[in-house]
Design a protein around this ligand. Structure first.
Ligand code: G3P
Ligand code: CA
Length: 292
């Protein structure tokens, strides 16, 4: 009986992981990202000393730096998708409280710029719709969906983002990333044309995943239902071997959040397809220097 268990468990594990393999859609991703190397301003800024994160000013700055940008989105109390990183408004705005406990009107009444600098007084928390309307066709937007939920709760936000992208016909302007594979799963179900990126470090930030799922995601970097096209790992996990291995499988690789010149250089030399950084200007400079 004990022996049977030893044979059965690895056997079931093999079946499960084999089911999990898929081919990322390299051609589809190429039609979105035409550049050989994508510089992605983290939380929009492209330089977090220049403009407050996740604001229109930050996104404009990334655009000026010829960069794509990343943003964070979650639901307000009234169900709109708003653009903010933390689950509360305390750090970045003049308000207090959880984002999902405040209505859109209450969120819009807050100042999202003044704490960063008086120069940005009256900057508002944008909605995802406003950002897409303003930047669609001008640069690529990496929409990170923040959600620690599983099941129906996770599906709701995936569905809302997928629907908004469809409504705005923005499939060729954005890709969606999340640490939460359930959210990506729903994106695929509602709008399979959307490019999906699995963000990850060690998945400790997704407590709802089972040990086995975390193990598979850590080792195979995918979810058989979410079928990501992009891997967005913590940059410390990436080296030349990593890049070779996952390029062979067809993934684009966009590590985060890389701000140090030496790290930027190391990752470009390792062959990553882009970098998520607070220093889009520096990433541009290093890339140009190395490609000369
Ligand atoms: O896009 C990756 C990166 O943004 C994840 O970390 O906490 O800045 O959203 P965080
Ligand atoms: Ca983010």
């Amino acid at each position: 009986m004990k022996n049977l268990k030893h044979i059965l468990i690895p056997f079931l594990f093999l079946i499960y992981t084999n089911c999990a393999t898929h081919t990322p859609r390299t051609e589809v991703t190429k039609s979105l990202v035409k550049k050989d190397f994508l510089v992605i301003g983290h939380r929009g800024t492209g330089d977090n000393t220049i403009a407050p994160e996740n604001t229109m000013s930050a996104f404009k700055f990334a655009l000026k730096n010829n960069a794509a940008f990343e943003l964070d989105t979650m639901f307000s109390k009234t169900g709109e998708l708003v653009v903010i990183h933390d689950s509360d408004v305390d750090r970045t705005t003049t308000g207090k409280g959880m984002v999902d406990a405040l209505t859109l009107n209450e969120l819009k009444a807050l100042d999202a710029g003044i704490k960063f600098s008086p120069k940005f007084k009256n900057e508002k928390i944008p909605t995802l719709e406003e950002v897409i309307d303003e930047f669609k066709g001008k640069t690529i937007i990496d929409i990170e969906i923040k959600s620690q939920a599983s099941g129906e709760e996770a599906k709701k936000i995936g569905e809302a983002v997928a629907k908004l992208i469809k409504e705005k016909k923005a499939e060729k302007d954005v890709f969606v990333t999340s640490f939460n594979p359930f959210v990506l799963e729903k994106i695929k179900e509602v709008n399979p044309n959307v490019i999906r990126g699995q963000l990850y470090s060690d998945f400790s930030d997704v407590p709802q995943l089972s040990f086995l799922t975390k193990y598979i995601l850590r080792n195979l970097k995918l979810n058989f239902k979410a079928r990501p096209d992009i891997l967005a790992p913590n940059f410390k996990l990436v080296d030349k071997d990593y890049v070779e291995k996952y390029h062979e499988l067809g993934y684009k690789i966009y590590p985060w959040t890389v701000n140090d010149e030496k790290d930027i250089e190391r990752l470009i030399e390792a062959g990553v397809d882009g970098i998520i950084s607070d220093r889009a200007d520096l990433v541009n400079q290093v890339y140009l220097k190395l490609k000369k």
